[in-house]
Design a protein around this ligand. Sequence first.
Ligand code: NDP
Length: 475
Amino acid sequence: MMAIFEYAPAPESRDVVDLQPSYGLFIDGEFADGGGPSFKTINPATEEPLAEVATATAEDVDRAVRAARKAFEAWSALPGAERAKYLFRIARIIQERARELAVLESLDNGKPIRESRDVDVPLVAAHFFYYAGWADKLAYAGFGTKALGVAGQVIPWNFPLLMLAWKIAPTLACGNTVVLKPAETTPLTALLFADICRQAGLPAGVVNIVTGAGETGAAVVAHPDVNKVAFTGSTEVGRIIARTVAGTGKKLTLELGGKAANIVFDDAAIDQAVEGIVNGIFFNQGHVCCAGSRLLVQESVQEELLAALKRRLGTLRLGDPLDKNTDVGAINSAEQLAKIRSLSEAGESEGAERWSPACELPERGFWFPPTLFTGVAQSHTIAREEIFGPVLSVLTFRTPAEAVEKANNTPYGLSAGVWTEKGSRILWMADRLRAGVVWANTFNKFDPASPFGGYKESGYGREGGLHGLEAYLDV
Ligand code: NDP
């Protein structure tokens, strides 16, 4: 990309990770073979195979659920303060092994090490610390203290370890046990987490990890002895899961897609807004459900803002995820790259104007340059569908009312951003935006104490904070 000055490469060492040639399922405190054909997980930045991973069949999932059921009795009967000790121990081991987790996450997912090291892994530890604190205080949360039983959880590839933490930390704090399926393309940090559970002396069967593709996830969701299902992923699969669970009495939370509006008013601090826009859509290659993928800019500052944004995009560094200078890493899979390409082509063919900074893409691996579309209409595919990649659609507005109308004109309702110097306008907008999270003069800020979740096709239920306990207790 545009070289302001040359950076010396600063690669993080891989030596801290002890990659095994193959990984089994984690059931009842032991690593075991899976009944299905094993599959390869690859490094999306190089296409190099990292390891063979077992596939759990429906029988394997059944074994895992039975182990979780057996463990539930003793685990749920432990005083909360005792469960807290395990969670605190897990949190501390995550901190101790943070570099190992961050390097492995970047290898398997393609995200920059700066992000896995400075955002994902610290937030993972923070989630365990936070819910460890709740374990002996459930009586004060207002949802009762009775655990549900076995939780079946299915998570995506964009934040493999962080989504695991969002799911597992409250589950264990409330006294449930769990069977979790990580995404097919990013199973490795979940398996390292299994090792951390062993290191922490967590009783066998409290946490079980079953790897595999969508079928394994479907078996977890459909298992009759699962009491609670939690899913994060696409709206399409969320619908399938909602149908499977309907009428079974299982409790369900769904955290699905988004098409968030990031709204910049003419009185906003332009340079800060530019940083927020970049963070909103280019963080994690745009593989973020709450990404600010629709920029709504007030017409009077459009020119100034876009000029500043383009200048800033020219300074983003795309490349080796393990290089500490890297801002934009690899796209997680060939399938996701194909999807981003095809939606971007739809953007062009429907008449929007495409722009990317001069940017050299590595030859091997899956890459997509930071991309802007201007002249986007609300009817365009790229203004409606979740691209889940580093692609920003720019629309304009004239009045606050028009901004609200355009922001809410989406089947999703997960997040939104507002940039203005007026506090009253922030409150006025936040009142009217139909989104689970509204950030003001910032974007993509997460904290374990803050609930997160959507409306409409973005799903239901809340994760994080006091609200996150409700999903794991028999209210
Ligand atoms: P999916 O929703 O298919 O995957 C999420 C998880 O569900 C994965 O672990 C997946 O397994 C599993 N799964 C797939 N099918 C089923 C099923 N029938 N029953 C139970 N579990 C299932 O997302 P994809 O990875 O396929 O991505 C597709 C699109 O979804 C992306 O392009 C993006 O737009 C969107 N997406 C949105 C996310 C969000 O947080 N909003 C997160 C991820 C994707 P496996 O990994 O083997 O497919």
